[in-house]
Design a protein around this ligand. Structure first.
Ligand SMILES: Cc1cc2nc3c(=O)[nH]c(=O)nc-3n(C[C@H](O)[C@H](O)[C@H](O)COP(=O)(O)OP(=O)(O)OC[C@H]3O[C@@H](n4cnc5c(N)ncnc54)[C@H](O)[C@@H]3O)c2cc1C
Length: 405
């Protein structure tokens, strides 16, 4: 779909990402999903194309493209495979953008080129066993000890918790402060769990980056979808983090992470939109080729209606997603627009993929066709980076302001 917001540079960027997605990702997506395998070779390919640092300046190792190009990247990749798309999105928006936004010059110089060039993968560690939607309920502690902080606790469901080497982590530094005020963000490092694979692929591990002792990855989650994405617990046992790795202002970690999530939601909305559009494209192809009652099933009016509904709702989601991206890119307030885009696109991805399986009949229920994987991949979009219920709360708060306590 075109948009008045896209210039020739966006279309050219989109074509390059689309070619990579079709040529390098699509043929592997089914096997990676079935084997729950992290796609290191494609991480290398994406790094070579600049897709792990699309919106960051070239001086910091990024591609120097704009935010719309970044959102187009996630959208295009998700049409083919959501696991690859969340790798780009979690790495870029959740792990690197807080360093760009809140980091010191020294932190940016140390971490951003490594992340933007894919020399290491990054993650964002906010969720805990007792702190999901209520992320202010952080129990992980960070206690000052000389030049370091000692972290204890654990984070749950962390994208790249195993494969990554750099994390933005929240921990409670002031137990006496009001709930969300005593939380500080830290830059925490560890070695990837995939040392042999990263050595083979030549990407994802940087031995020159000092690592924090006491940080380790926990069990790998066995998930319904996003199966080629690495989701793990991240454990801190007397982990030693240099005091210079505090990100931004001490005690402001919760506020900074909420800001990071506002932008993250545009990425996740683009991912959900990509899944919906990918499933829709499968439906156009399948209903045109599948013959029943002597005709392609696409000739039945009962098939026209869901296809028309899908196309209309995908167009609506497209406008919401790129409008939110444009607001962010132009430094306008975007919290409400991002929550609306995420809410609508993620619920749409579930509607479209469920209908896509239906339009494929029994074939759609098998792994021969990608729509069953797309349906499984869509579900987490209604949960991650704030559930649909939390998006409705964010939207209602921005509508009602002071009327809500
Ligand atoms: C594949 C995957 C990847 C993830 N990646 C990351 C990551 O990289 N970093 C990270 O920090 N986290 C990550 N998460 C965690 C994710 O962000 C949380 O799962 C999500 O925020 C919801 O938290 P929860 O699972 O604890 O659900 P809960 O908060 O326990 O919610 C359970 C249900 O209660 C509802 N609910 C809760 N509070 C309210 C309320 N006030 N009003 C109405 N309904 C409410 C929810 O909407 C939901 O339906 C990931 C999760 C998954 C599954």
């Amino acid at each position: 779909m075109d948009s008045p917001l896209f210039g020739p540079e966006h279309l050219e960027f989109r074509d390059r990402v689309r070619a990579f997605a079709q040529h390098d990702i699509a043929p592997l997506a089914r096997a990676l999903d079935q084997e729950s395998r992290f796609p290191w070779d494609n991480v290398k390919g994406m790094a070579a194309l600049g897709l792990l640092g699309v919106p960051w300046p070239k001086a910091l190792g990024g591609a120097g493209a704009d935010y719309l190009s970044y959102i187009l990247t996630i959208h295009e990749i998700a049409k083919v495979d959501a696991s690859h798309a969340i790798t780009v999105s979690a790495h870029t928006t959740l792990a690197t953008s807080p360093i760009i936004e809140f980091g010191s010059d020294a932190q940016r110089d140390t971490f951003v080129p490594r992340l933007a060039q894919g020399r290491v993968l990054g993650g964002f560690a906010l969720t805990e066993p007792g702190a999901g939607s209520d992320a202010g309920g952080t129990k992980t502690t960070a206690v000052r000890s000389g030049d370091h902080y000692v972290l204890n606790g654990s984070k749950l469901f962390i994208t790249h918790g195993g494969v990554g080497e750099v994390y933005v982590v929240t921990a409670r530094t002031d137990p006496a402060a009001p709930r969300t005020h005593g939380i500080t963000a830290f830059l925490v490092t560890k070695d990837t769990t995939d040392l042999s694979e990263t050595a083979r692929a030549g990407v994802g591990h940087d031995a020159t980056l000092p690592k924090c002792p006491g940080v380790k990855a926990g069990k790998r989650e066995d998930k319904l979808g996003w199966r080629a994405s690495d989701t793990r617990e991240l454990i801190f046992q007397d982990a030693l983090v240099p005091a210079e790795n505090i990100l931004g202002t001490p005690g402001q970690g919760f506020r900074m992470m909420l800001q990071t999530l506002d932008a993250g939601r545009i990425g996740l909305a683009a991912l959900a939109l990509g899944i919906a559009e990918g499933a829709f494209e499968q439906c156009i192809a399948y209903t045109g080729s599948r013959t029943q009652f002597g005709k392609p099933i696409a000739s039945f009016q009962g098939v026209h209606f869901p296809l028309a509904d899908m196309a209309t709702e995908i167009a609506a989601a497209h406008h919401l997603v790129y409008h939110a991206a444009w607001l962010k890119m132009n430094a306008r307030p975007f919290r409400q627009a991002a929550a609306m885009a995420k809410l609508y696109a993620s619920e749409l991805a579930m509607r479209v993929t469920t209908k896509a399986v239906q339009l494929h009949g029994a074939a759609g229920y098998t792994s021969e066709y990608p729509v069953e994987r797309m349906m499984r991949d869509a579900k987490i979009c209604e949960i991650g980076e704030g559930t649909s219920e939390i998006q409705r709360i964010v939207i209602a708060r921005s509508l009602l302001g002071d009327l809500i306590d």
